[in-house]
Every structure is written in C-alpha cells, then in structure tokens.
Design a protein around this ligand. Structure first.
Ligand SMILES: C[S@@+](CC[C@H](N)C(=O)[O-])C[C@H]1O[C@@H](n2cnc3c(N)ncnc32)[C@H](O)[C@@H]1O
Length: 252
C-alpha cells in the first residue's frame, strides 16, 4: 500500500531535525512540495537544504503542487471562499497522490516545525484519506516547533509551575491578554498585535526567523520594548520580503 510521511523538520535550524525525521527523510521515493504564491521561496530552499544535509539514500522524485491562490479576506463570503480553497487543495493533492505515487511507494511532505501546530497539511491528508478515492497509510513524525525554538533561545520555561499556557493566532489577541491566562504564545501575527494591547505588567519574549542565520531576538517589559520590536520587524520584513515571528506574552 502507498505510504505517506508527514515529516516535522523543525522551524528553521537543520540541527533541530530529529533522528526519527532523518530516518523518514531517507525513506521516501517522492517528495511533494507545496509552492505558494507569497514570498516563501526561501522556505522552499531551506527545506531543500534540510533534505540535502540529512539524506544519504539515493535519488528521489520531486512533485510540485502549485497552491491555489488564497482567498482574500475581503471576499464577499470569506468562509465560503476558504471552503472552496480547501476543496481545491484536497482535489489537487489527491490527484497528485494517485498519479505520482506507485502502489508500493512512499511519499513525503516536509512540514515546518511540528505537523500538529497551526498546519493544514495533516488536515488535508486526513480529508483525502477519509474520501477513500486513493488508498494510502500515513504517519506523522513530530518536529521541534517554533514555540520550543523560541523558549530555548530565550532560555525560559514555556509554563510557570502549575499554570496554564495558551497558544493563539494573533487575531484572537486584538482585545488584549485573556483575563484568565497569564502566559500566551502568539503566532501568525501579520500586524505586530503586541504593540496594540495595554502593556502594563506584561513582559514579551519575541523571536523572528528562529533557528536561521537571520534570527532576531528581543525581550523585556512590553511597554519599553514594543516600539523597538516593531522597528526591527519592519526593517527585517522590508529587507527579506517576508517575516515569521512568534512571541510569548507573560503577565508579571
Ligand atoms: C503556519 S504556522 C506553522 C507553525 C509550525 N508548524 C510550528 O510548529 O512552528 C506559521 C507560524 O509559525 C511561526 N513560525 C514558524 N517558523 C518560525 C520561525 N523560524 N521563527 C519564528 N516564528 C516561526 C510564526 O508565528 C508563523 O506565523
């Protein structure tokens, strides 16, 4: 039966690739690469370097999947537009698995960070499996997430003793820190949301391009640090054309 590996490869540092992931990187015949319309060519290149560094097995085939254009937030019916986009992705990947993966072959997707954290790859693969048009087994290989790269680089614990931690997309932070959680990790922030919330009594631990040569780190009281982080991230985005950042907001 066809086999599909979803390999968590860490969030940028090739040293964060686990021994299990190295095994998986040497086990596939076909690598599926999702090509997006935004400035993520550098991420495609980083993934290529990870394979080059860790694969000693022979040649493999690469199949590129041109990601359907993402629906604009301004779409008249945004949820419906997202649903159409998801369906197009499922159909495209399903076709590719059927066409490019022989019955006894192993395919792989390299998934940024950990496949279980704010990643659609697993959901798309599960949907294809549930449809039953193409028969395959799939495995998930965990990876070091950007959250753990962040806490390691700042040399801090993610949680405080006996306390809860919340991981959230930035859009849910627009009203400020949740009342009942004192440690919040924020991801997927296109708008420096940390600079828009009431800063009193909050520390920030911020990291961008974690694990890569462009890594940026800042930390301190939010009130005194937010403006500097906004400046640094604006400069970095202008220079590189894209930005990935993650941060922990910690109530003192
Ligand atoms: C689609 S999510 C993927 C998360 C990934 N699965 C993980 O485990 O980290 C993309 C978000 O992850 C975070 N991220 C991923 N890689 C990062 C990195 N190297 N440095 C900082 N943040 C990163 C950013 O918040 C970015 O907006």
């Amino acid at each position: 039966m066809r086999r599909l590996l979803l390999i968590g490869v860490g969030a940028g540092d090739p040293d964060h690739v686990t021994v299990q992931a190295v095994g998986a990187l040497n086990a596939f015949d076909v690598l599926f690469v999702v090509v997006k319309d935004t400035g993520t060519q550098e991420l495609v290149e980083l993934r290529r370097q990870i394979v080059e560094r860790h694969r000693t097995a022979g040649a493999y085939r690469t199949v590129e999947l041109d990601d359907p254009p993402r629906p604009w937030r301004q779409a008249t019916d945004y949820p419906e537009a997202v649903e159409r986009w998801r369906a197009a992705r499922v159909a495209q990947w399903e076709r590719a698995l059927g066409e490019h993966l022989d019955d006894d072959a192993t395919g792989a997707f390299l998934v940024w960070g950990d496949p279980s954290l704010y990643e659609s790859t697993l959901a798309v693969v599960q949907e294809i499996a549930a449809r039953g048009e193409v028969a395959f087994a799939y495995e998930v290989i965990p990876g070091v997430s950007s959250v753990h790269a962040l806490t390691a680089r700042h040399r801090i614990a993610l949680n405080r003793v006996g306390r809860a931690v919340q991981i959230t997309p930035a859009r849910l932070l627009s009203e400020g820190m949740p009342a009942d959680v004192d440690d919040v990790v924020v991801m997927l922030d296109a708008h420096a949301t940390f600079a828009t919330i009431p800063p009193a009594g909050i520390d920030i631990y911020w990291g961008a391009y974690l694990g890569t040569p462009d890594e940026l780190l800042r930390s301190g009281p939010l009130a005194g640090t937010a403006a500097e982080i906004v400046r640094v991230r604006d400069e970095a985005r202008a220079r590189k054309g894209w930005l990935f950042d993650t941060y922990l907001l910690r109530r003192r």
